[in-house]
Design a protein around this ligand. Structure first.
Ligand code: B12
Ligand code: SF4
Length: 421
């Protein structure tokens, strides 16, 4: 029997949020699967849908490569974040738009709500309340990142919390293709999981084993998507895109023309996988800016990166025509046990080597090893209040990387960026 299903991507409340190729790919896959088995699917994107704007809000601004801001309006900060001297926003639809849009939908048999960052959990709770207000006592299923990392937050709301990957037949149906057509970029995912076990990362919780996608189908889907939309930006969603010296990536690229697409790697790439052959691919196809993962030059996570590796990869990339600005290197600051000097020196070293450092403020992720370690030193109780897990709150949690210190580090970076312009 056909079921009426409503799928929701919630709005977000945060100090900052930007669409750097974000899309609820997990939800898309489930939606397409249900459509293919004959269910009646409705999708409401309360974050980035084309109906979420209003007169009192600031509209999105588009930057290069289809990156953009969301519709936003300032809102009152939650009481527990009042000490942070920054504005707080609702990104996406306001309450009235949510109510009105839900009221216009025929009452569904079941509602699926996607969850993003753990520190966005309040938006999910609000959406659950709106759904109950409009549709009454209806079956609600919550899934995705926060549902897996902290199911207990949603359990009191009388909803089904999906604490694992959704069971959908891989690559037969459920590629999410139909819904990708509304995007200005193509989210590509070649490999699920990562063999590394960095103590701050949750990859292994989502995917205990590494598995490979059907590359020919994925390449065909991209070509179809491009033919229908005319857009050409591709963002990789992989944790370990370069695995096995980029074997899957090279297979994917070999199936595509070299002069059509722009490829983006927002998740940190693994330095140790980069060799000369892979660099030839990175040169032949358009990769406007690579981003590598590298905690500090004095890495305590030696299995993943080392300074020598970084030096030789930067040298190789330079030989293949990459300039400093095109070699981005993610650095983490605010890790438990890390010193300020260590981060300052690493910023310097990365710039000297000829790459562009990007500073990420550490954010503790539930169920990871460092979550517990950071909790012991943290000035804020981020276990009871997940809003404190936000990377924007990092300087208020850390006893070492205080707001003054982080400001200084950002100034150091700014000087480096200005000197290279
Ligand atoms: C790809 C990715 C991105 C992409 C965008 C992802 C997106 N969906 O919008 C980019 C590169 C843009 C990105 C950015 C960021 N990310 Co990110 N990202 C990931 C990554 C690697 C994969 C997520 C993904 O899309 N997977 C593919 C889809 C198909 O799988 P899925 O979403 O898990 O869905 C499956 C199930 O969960 C389930 N499911 C999903 N939704 C639903 C809904 C229902 C109802 C049901 C039943 C089931 C269900 O079904 C799906 C299929 O099996 C994860 C780590 C990981 N391995 O999961 C980090 C991760 C989610 N990111 C993280 C972070 C911190 C960020 C940033 C804040 C980083 C930064 N400082 O800028 C930004 C925020 C961006 C934003 N606006 O959302 C953290 C979140 C930590 C937290 N505290 O919540 C993670 C967990 C990585 C980590 N540090 O451990 N990210
Ligand atoms: S290499 Fe990246 S994806 Fe893999 S465990 Fe470490 S941080 Fe996570």
């Amino acid at each position: 029997m056909t079921k009426k299903l409503l799928f929701i991507n919630p709005f977000v409340e945060d100090f900052t949020a930007y669409n750097l190729w974000a899309a609820p790919l997990g939800l898309f896959r489930i939606m397409e699967y249900h459509e293919n088995i004959g269910d009646d699917v409705t999708y409401l994107d309360f974050l980035d849908g084309n109906f979420v704007g209003d007169d009192a809000a600031t509209p999105p601004v588009y930057r290069s490569w289809e990156r953009h801001s969301y519709w936003k309006r300032e809102i009152e900060k939650p009481e527990c974040l009042k000490m942070i001297p920054r504005k707080y926003y609702r990104f996406g639809a306001n309450d009235d738009t949510v109510r009105k849009t839900l009221s216009e939908v025929e009452k569904p048999d079941k509602v699926y709500i996607s969850t993003g960052m753990t520190y966005w959990y309040r938006s999910v709770l609000k959406i659950i309340d709106f759904v109950r207000e409009i549709f009454g006592d209806i079956e609600i299923n919550v899934g995705g990142i926060s549902a897996i990392l902290m199911p207990e937050i949603f359990e009191g709301k009388n909803v089904t919390v999906n604490t694992g990957k959704a069971q959908i037949p891989e690559n037969i149906t459920g590629t999410g293709m139909k819904y990708l057509k509304n995007l200005h970029f193509f989210p590509a995912n070649l490999i699920e999981g990562c063999p590394n076990r960095c103590p701050y990362c949750s990859s292994v919780i989502f995917n205990p084993k590494v598995s490979y996608k059907d590359i020919p189908t994925l390449a065909k889907n991209l070509e179809k998507w491009h033919a229908e939309t005319g857009f050409c930006d591709v963002a990789f969603y992989d944790d370990a895109l370069m695995l096995r010296n980029g074997e899957m990536l090279r297979d994917f690229l070999d199936r595509l023309p070299s002069d059509v697409y722009r490829f983006h790697t927002p998740n940190g790439l693994h330095l140790r996988e980069i060799d000369d052959d892979l660099c030839k691919y990175l040169e032949k196809y358009s990769f406007p800016q690579l981003r590598f993962g590298f905690e500090t030059a004095f890495s305590r996570y030696e299995d993943k990166t080392s300074l020598n590796q970084l030096k030789s990869v930067v040298k190789l990339l330079k030989e293949h025509g990459f300039t400093n600005e095109r070699i981005g290197v993610y650095l983490l600051c605010g890790l438990p046990g890390q010193t300020v000097e260590e981060v300052e020196k690493t910023i310097e070293i990365v710039a000297e080597i000829g790459a562009r450092p990007y500073l990420n403020e550490y954010s503790p992720v539930p169920k990871t090893k460092l979550f517990e370690e950071h909790f012991k030193e943290s000035k804020l109780d981020f276990k009871s209040e997940p809003l404190y897990q936000n990377n924007s709150v990092s300087a208020w949690r850390s006893p070492v990387f205080t707001p003054v210190v982080v400001k200084k580090l950002k100034e150091q970076l700014y000087r480096i960026y200005s000197a290279s312009m």
